[in-house]
Structure formats: C-alpha cells, structure tokens
Ligand binder design. Structure first.
Ligand SMILES: NC(=O)c1ccc[n+]([C@@H]2O[C@H](COP(=O)([O-])OP(=O)(O)OC[C@H]3O[C@@H](n4cnc5c(N)ncnc54)[C@H](OP(=O)(O)O)[C@@H]3O)[C@@H](O)[C@H]2O)c1
Length: 274
C-alpha cells in the first residue's frame, strides 16, 4: 500500500495536480450543465455567470445587477495572446539558447520548474518535442492575436473578471508546462451588423462550434509531437476537451433557444456524436 501511494505521489507532481484539478472542474461543470437543472443548485447564478461568456451570457438566467460590476469586455481576449506571445516567446528563446548554445536557463526559471515537479519523460524522449510544441504554441498565439485584432468582430459581449484572470494565468502556465517536459539535464471583410447569426458552411454544417473543435485538434496535434506518451499533456488535453465542450454546449443551446429554424442534425462539438 505504502509503495502504491509512493508511486502515485511520484507521478502526481504539483504541475499534474493543477491540470488534474482543472480537468475535474471542467468535467463537473459540463456534467452539471448536462444533467442538473440550474434551479436545483445553490449558488447556481454565480456558477452560471462564471461559465457563460460572450453571447451565451444572454442565453442564461437573468443576472443580478451586482454581477455586472465584475464584467470585463470580451474584446480583452487579445490580452491573453499578447501575454502568451511575450511569455512563450521568452521561454522559447531561453530553451533555444539552452539547447543550441548551452546557455543555462535563468536561475529563477529553474527554481520555478523544479517547484512544479521533475519532468516525467519516457525513455528516449528528447528535448526536441517540447521545443517543437513550444514553437507551435507560440505560432498559435500569434495567429490568435492576429485573429482577435484583425478578424474577430466583437460585439458588446463580456466575460467575468475571474475568467479573465484565469485565462491570463492559463497561457503562462501552459508555456511552463511545455518547458517542464524538457529532460532536466538538457533543459477582410465588411461588418454588416453586430448580431449573432446562424453560421453555415464547411464544418458548421456538422457542429455549432467548429472553432472549439479546431482548438481541440491543435492540442491533439501537439500530443502527436509528444508521441502520445506524455501523461502531463494528456491532462492538458483533457482540460481543453472539457473546457471547449462546455463552451460548445452553451453556444449550441444559445443557438437552439434563439433560432427556431436551427438545423436539427447539427451537433454541439463533435460531428455526429455530441
Ligand atoms: N484553450 C482554451 O482554454 C480556450 C478557452 C476559450 C477559448 N479558446 C479559443 O479562443 C477562440 C475564440 O473563442 P470564443 O469563445 O471567443 O469564440 P466565439 O464565441 O465563437 O467568438 C469568436 C468571434 O466570432 C463572433 N461570433 C460568435 N458567434 C457568432 C455568430 N453566431 N454570429 C456572428 N459572430 C459570431 C464573436 O463575437 P462576440 O464575441 O461578440 O460573440 C467573436 O468575434 C476559439 O478558437 C477558442 O477555441 C480557447
């Protein structure tokens, strides 16, 4: 028994504990949305306010006036990607210097990484996978920043300030997670209006939120780079799966409640399944 507990603790590093907590929290939120009517839950108004953002806030229960004090414009999404481009660009730079020029990582960064727990690398896994994933994450952040600044047309939608702070933390923590997988010894369109319409065409014919499905696939592609053997990345992937499933479900219900003609065959998140 003591051996089992010891083995479990050596696998459950602080880093993995954070991801496991996020996995559980978003799985629970998704199950509550699917199975429990909001009126059954104490504090459900606050819970709903935390998980709903943007257009799905309008599809939810009426919001007490005090909740509006914690609203942040949804267009602040761009801040997450500014932080991600800067922070993950910095980590990428440090890692390249370390791998190619032998420059050690800054002391404070090494301390931070060792606090999060030792890298749990499989035999033969190289620093090349985390390097490639960090590069992909950085490019993805640039793409999302570009999208926020020049493609997305934000209406007056809002997010909860707690959600805003979580997302800032998320991109910093995600970069640290990737870096911690390095083995320690080597370490144009025209805007017509601001209403939400039914989207049609391409993947929208199958699911309400192909952008959330594509987000999942981005993280799956990073799992491929890690060779599907990296337990920590499986925890990250699980979080993204549940987090995006929750947003997709709320979005789907928003469309169904707003548009009587909403296509019946269309699923929320996964084609033909969910
Ligand atoms: N990895 C993570 O933890 C995580 C978490 C959240 C989001 N994300 C990613 O961030 C990206 C953006 O997420 P999001 O939740 O902002 O997506 P979204 O709600 O679909 O919004 C994207 C853009 O499309 C607009 N829009 C949405 N529905 C529309 C409709 N029916 N008609 C016209 N315009 C519409 C939005 O305007 P409004 O803003 O005015 O609605 C916004 O400008 C996604 O790729 C998502 O996967 C990742």
């Amino acid at each position: 028994m003591a051996l089992l507990v010891g083995a479990a603790l050596s696998v459950l590093t602080p880093l993995r504990a954070v991801w496991l907590t996020l996995d559980a929290a978003f799985l629970l939120s998704l199950l509550l949305q699917l199975l429990v009517p909001p009126s059954w839950l104490p504090g459900s108004a606050l819970l709903e306010d935390l998980v709903r953002y943007g257009k799905t806030k309008y599809g939810g229960p009426p919001r007490p006036a005090v909740f509006r004090l914690f609203d942040v414009p949804k267009r602040y999404f761009s801040h997450f990607y500014v932080i991600s481009v800067l922070w993950n660009g910095f980590l990428l730079w440090c890692l390249m210097q370390s791998l190619f020029l032998g420059v050690p990582l800054p002391h404070w960064l090494l301390t931070l990484l060792s606090t999060l727990g030792p890298a749990q690398v499989q035999g033969g896994e190289l620093a090349l996978s985390p390097l490639l994933v960090l590069l992909l994450l950085w490019l993805h952040s640039w793409r999302r920043l570009f999208e926020c600044l020049f493609v997305s047309v934000f209406s007056s939608g809002v997010i909860h300030v707690a959600h805003y702070c979580f997302a800032l933390f998320y991109y910093v923590f995600l970069g640290l997670t990737v870096l911690s997988q390095v083995p320690m010894d080597s370490r144009n369109g025209v805007v017509v209006h601001h209403n939400h319409q039914i989207p049609f065409g391409h993947w929208f014919e199958y699911v309400s939120s192909p952008n959330y499905l594509a987000e999942l696939m981005i993280y799956v592609s990073m799992a491929v780079v890690f060779g599907f053997r990296n337990l920590t990345w499986w925890l990250v992937l699980t979080y993204v799966f549940f987090c995006q499933a929750l947003s997709a479900l709320l979005s789907h219900r928003f469309y169904q409640s707003k548009f009587v003609s909403y296509p019946k065959h269309r699923k929320a998140y996964l084609p033909f399944l969910f």
